[in-house]
Design a protein around this ligand. Structure first.
Ligand code: GUN
Length: 294
């Protein structure tokens, strides 16, 4: 029976550590770190994510600002706002919640963000630095997974790690990070995706499986090796009869996989809260390295 990689517990520890640092900052009569979030349109999941980011800021003592735009906003309007935020001396970091409406070129928006304020770690300069093992902002979900593996001291060196899904914000960066010369890292990484002929062929041999697919209960116990480490990034809203109208499902079939794995992340309470905590961590890093704070 697998032990739980308790992301909720570790995320609370990290937020408490950040809060302590903020208290010291305030005692020194400096301003609090400030995160700005841009939300475009009415996507329910995006609204929920952004609201929780604002709540996290309150919890750790950061200042936060939520900027809402209608789904009809023009690209130039958004670019203007980004330019303002890049120049603002009171903003340490900001994020543009994705996805964006079709009329907006997501790549153009991400490239417009000053890499020093790109606390999502999505800017090509930061992604490149990550790949080159230079200091930079790591995207929050991969950063959260690394931190969870680190705090539970999960051995990754020399292990076979299979990642399912090659998204730019999770699977692809994760594949780079697990292969880097560091801890966690030094794994032999296989990045599988929609054109992989037989995913099971890989997952069955893997010591570590990281799923970021968005396909509820995709990974079954029959597809994994005894003693493997299973990290579930999936978080899909599945409609049900509950008052909320949905429940949150991971990519992993928890019951059958936890019977075989040595460690496993639950959904909810695994990777999700870690992602949220790491955005706070990145914002604190942005604050501390800010050219305006010396
Ligand atoms: N959409 C889904 N995940 C993320 C994230 O981590 N950051 C942003 N900006 N948008 C997202």
């Amino acid at each position: 029976m697998a032990e739980i990689l308790d992301g909720l517990k570790v995320s609370k520890e990290i937020k408490a550590e950040i809060k302590t640092e903020v208290e010291k900052i305030l005692e020194g009569k400096r301003r609090a770190p400030h995160l700005v979030a841009i939300l475009v349109g009415n996507n329910g999941a995006s609204k929920a994510y952004v609201n929780s980011k604002v709540k996290d800021c309150e919890e750790v003592g950061f200042r936060s600002t939520l900027l809402k735009f209608p789904s009809t906003v023009s690209e130039s309007e958004l670019l203007e706002k980004i330019d303002d935020l890049n120049k603002s001396k009171s903003v340490d970091g900001f994020i543009v919640q994705l996805p964006l409406p079709d009329q907006i070129d997501q790549e153009k928006i991400i490239k417009a963000i000053d890499p020093r304020k790109d606390v999502d770690g999505f800017h090509p300069e930061n992604f490149g630095k990550m790949a080159l093992e230079m200091d930079t902002f790591l995207p929050a979900t991969p950063f959260g997974i690394l931190t969870l593996l680190e705090r539970y001291n999960i051995e990754t060196k020399g292990k076979d790690c299979v990642i399912i899904g090659r998204s730019k914000i999770v699977g692809r960066p994760m594949s780079i990070l697990m292969g880097r010369k560091d801890f966690p890292g030094n794994s032999t990484v296989t990045l599988t995706h929609s054109y992989t002929k037989d995913i099971e062929e890989y997952t069955k041999k893997a010591d570590i499986v990281i799923t970021a697919l968005g396909d509820p209960h995709f990974l079954k116990g029959s597809m994994i090796k005894d003693g493997s480490v299973i990290v579930d990034v999936g978080i899909t809203r599945v409609e049900d009869d509950s008052p909320k109208g949905y429940y949150l499902a991971g990519d992993v079939d928890f019951d059958s996989c936890s019977a075989k794995a040595s460690w496993i992340t639950p959904v909810p309470g695994g990777v999700g809260p870690m992602t949220r905590a790491m955005l706070m961590k990145n914002t604190l890093i942005a604050y501390k390295t800010s050219v305006y704070n010396d």
